[in-house]
Design a binder for this molecule. Structure first.
Ligand code: NAD
Length: 513
C-alpha cells in the first residue's frame, strides 16, 4: 500500500485518522459497533468505521425530512450549481478516490479511476438536467382549459449499494436525486465502508459551503439490518437498491408492504453471442475483458459465450490463448490485468462453482485455482477459469460473482442462440458479435434479446452514463443514470386549469343544479 501511495490518498480524502475508529465523517452519524475494513489487495486493515444505531438513524431521517422541506424550494438550476461544485471536487480528488476504490474493493487502479470518471460524468449530466426537468403539455377536451404535467421533488430517497461499484452507484442516484430536489440517505456496502465515508465527506463539505440544509446527503453504515431501517420506513418514499437478486427480493417485498417505490438493480447472467460472421479478434477482446475485468465482479460481467459451431473451435482456441497472457496480482500495479476477489467467502463461492460445473457434466478448459505465496497473502486472488457447459446446468443458470466463463455451443439459426441467451432468469446485459446486418437487427428486435442492455460488436460490460442502465426479469426492472431515469426521483402531477366563467365537465357529462 505504501509503495502505491495509499496512505497519501487517505490523507487527501480526509479519512487518514479513521483507523482508531473514533473519527467520524461530516453529516455522518455512527455510534454503533465498529466494522473493520480489510483490503483484499494485501489483507491489511485500512480502517474502522462505526455503524449506525437505530437512534442515529432517527436523527438522520429527522434531518433529511427537515432539510428536504427547504431544499425542494431551491430553484433546480441552483441545486445543479451545487452538484457542479461537488463535481469540481471530484475532478480534483479523482486519483486518491480511484486509489481508495482500488485498494478497498480490489479492482484495478484504472477501473477505480474509471469509476470516479463515471461519477464526474453523471454530475455533468445532472447539472444540465437541472434546467430540463420537463413535463408535457396536453390539449384539453374542454374549451377554455389547459392541461399540463409537472414534476415535483419526491422526498427522502434511500440508496442501498453493492460493494463492486462502491462509489459510482451512489452518484448515479444522488446526482440526479439532488437536482430533482430530494434528500438522500445512503447505506453503502459493509464491505467498502471507507469509500462511502470519503464520498460523503466530499459532498458534505461542498454542501456546507453552499448553505445547503443539513440532511440532504447522509450516510448510514452497517449491514442489512441498517438497510432495513430504511426499507421498512414509510418516511422514505423511494428505495434504490443495488445488489444480489436475493437481497432484491427481500427489499422489494419490504418496500411494497408499505406501498413505497423501489428501483432495483440486481444480478445479471450476461452473454455474448458469437455468430459465424463475427470478427474473432474483437470478440476475444470483448469477451476476455468482460469475463475477467474487475475479477468477474461486475453486474455486467460476461458469464456465457454462446458460439456458433462453425467458429466454435477457432473462438475457443483464441480465448484459451488469451487467458494465458492474463497477469493476476496487486491491482494498484498497472501491469496487472486482474486483482483479487472481494473476500474469502467470494473465493469459496468461486471454488464451489467450479466443482459444481464439473459435477453437472461441464468440462474445464482453463483451470482455476486460488493463488498463494508472495503478493497473494490476502488469500483473495484466483485464476480466471473457463468451462465448456450447457445452458441448462444449474450452475450456469446462476450468477457466480467471480471470473468463471461458460462456453456454450449453438448450431443452426440465430434464433437458437437467442433462445439460449434469453433462457435464464436474469436480464441485464447482452451482446452479439457479427458483421451481418440481418443478425444484428434480429438480435435487437422484439424477437431478440430480452435484456435491459443489448449491444452489437462490443461486449456486455461497461456502460456509458448517457443511457438508462438496468435490466429486466430478476435483474429487477429498475433504470438509473441517463435518458429519462430521473423521473423516478420525482412525483408527477397532472394539472388542469379552467380559465372560463363556466364549469364544463369531462366526457361531456351534464350535471345541472
Ligand atoms: P448484496 O446483495 O450482498 O448487498 C448489496 C447491498 O444490500 C449491501 O449494502 C447490503 O448491506 C444490502 N442488503 C442486503 N440485504 C438487505 C436487506 N435485507 N435489506 C436492506 N439492505 C440489504 O450484494 P453484493 O455482494 O454487495 O454485490 C454483488 C451483487 O450486486 C451481484 O449480484 C451484482 O450483480 C449486483 N449488482 C447489480 C448492479 C446493477 O446495476 N444491476 C450493479 C452492481 C452490483
Amino acid at each position: 500500500a505504501d509503495k502505491f501511495g495509499v496512505p497519501q490518498a487517505l490523507k487527501d480524502l480526509g479519512i487518514a485518522e479513521i483507523n482508531n475508529g473514533t473519527s467520524t465523517g461530516e453529516d455522518w452519524f455512527g455510534n454503533g459497533e465498529e466494522i473493520a475494513s480489510y483490503s483484499p489487495v494485501d489483507g491489511q486493515l485500512i480502517g474502522k468505521v462505526k455503524t449506525t444505531t437505530r437512534e442515529d438513524y432517527e436523527n438522520v431521517i429527522a434531518a433529511a425530512e427537515k432539510g428536504f422541506k427547504e431544499w425542494r424550494s431551491w430553484p433546480s438550476p441552483q441545486r445543479g450549481e451545487v452538484v457542479r461544485q461537488f463535481n469540481d471536487k471530484l475532478r480534483r480528488l479523482k486519483e486518491p478516490l480511484g486509489k481508495l476504490v482500488s485498494y478497498e474493493m480490489g479492482k484495478s487502479y484504472q477501473e477505480g479511476l474509471g469509476e470516479v470518471q463515471e461519477m464526474i460524468d453523471i454530475c455533468d449530466f445532472a447539472v444540465g438536467l437541472s434546467r430540463q426537468l420537463h413535463g408535457l403539455t396536453m390539449h384539453s377536451e374542454r374549451p377554455g382549459h389547459r392541461m399540463y404535467e409537472q414534476y415535483h421533488p419526491l422526498g427522502v430517497v434511500g440508496v442501498i449499494s453493492a460493494f463492486n461499484f462502491p462509489v459510482a452507484v451512489w452518484s448515479w442516484n444522488t446526482a440526479l436525486a439532488w437536482v430533482c430536489g430530494d434528500a438522500c440517505i445512503w447505506k453503502g456496502s459493509e464491505k467498502t465502508p471507507l469509500t462511502s465515508v470519503a464520498c460523503q465527506n466530499i459532498a458534505a463539505r461542498v454542501f456546507k459551503e453552499n448553505g445547503v440544509p443539513a440532511g440532504i446527503s447522509s450516510l448510514i453504515t452497517g449491514d442489512y439490518q441498517v438497510g432495513e431501517f430504511m426499507t421498512k420506513d414509510e418516511r422514505v418514499p423511494l428505495i434504490s437498491a443495488t445488489g444480489s437478486i436475493r437481497m432484491g427480493k427481500i427489499v422489494a417485498q419490504a418496500v411494497a408492504a408499505r406501498l413505497g417505490k423501489s428501483l432495483l438493480e440486481l444480478g445479471g447472467n450476461n452473454a455474448i453471442i458469437v455468430t459465424p460472421d463475427a470478427n474473432i479478434k474483437n470478440t476475444v477482446i470483448g469477451a476476455v475483458f468482460g469475463a475477467v475485468g474487475t475479477c468477474g465482479q461486475r453486474c455486467t460481467s460476461t458469464r456465457r459465450l454462446i458460439v456458433h459451431e462453425e467458429v466454435y473451435d477457432k473462438v475457443k482456441d483464441a480465448i484459451v490463448n488469451a487467458y494465458k497472457q492474463i497477469r493476476i496480482g496487486n491491482p494498484l500495479d498497472e501491469n496487472n490485468h486482474v486483482g483479487p476477489l472481494i473476500g474469502t467467502d467470494a473465493v469459496k463461492n468461486y471454488q464451489s462453482a467450479l466443482e459444481q460445473v464439473v459435477k453437472e457434466g461441464g468440462n474445464i478448459l482453463v483451470e482455476g485455482g486460488v493463488l498463494e505465496g508472495e503478493g497473494y497473502e490476502s488469500g483473495c486472488y484466483v485464476k480466471p477459469a473457463i468451462a465448456e457447459a450447457r445452458n441448462e446446468l444449474k450452475i450456469v443458470q446462476q450468477e457466480t460473482f467471480a471470473p468463471v466463463l461458460y462456453l456454450l455451443k449453438y448450431s443452426g439459426d440465430l434464433e437458437n442462440a437467442i433462445a439460449i441467451q434469453n433462457g435464464v432468469k436474469q436480464g441485464l446485459s447482452s451482446a452479439i458479435m457479427t458483421n451481418n446486418l440481418r443478425e444484428a437487427e434480429r438480435f435487437l428486435s422484439v424477437e431478440g434479446s430480452d435484456c435491459g442492455i443489448a449491444n452489437v460488436n462490443i461486449g456486455t460490460s461497461g456502460a456509458e452514463i448517457g443511457g438508462a442502465f438496468g435490466g429486466e426479469k430478476e435483474t429487477g426492472g429498475g433504470r438509473e443514470s441517463g435518458s429519462d431515469a430521473w423521473k423516478v426521483y420525482m412525483r408527477r402531477q397532472t394539472n388542469t386549469i379552467n380559465y372560463t366563467t363556466e364549469l364544463p365537465l369531462a366526457q361531456g357529462i351534464k350535471f345541472d343544479l
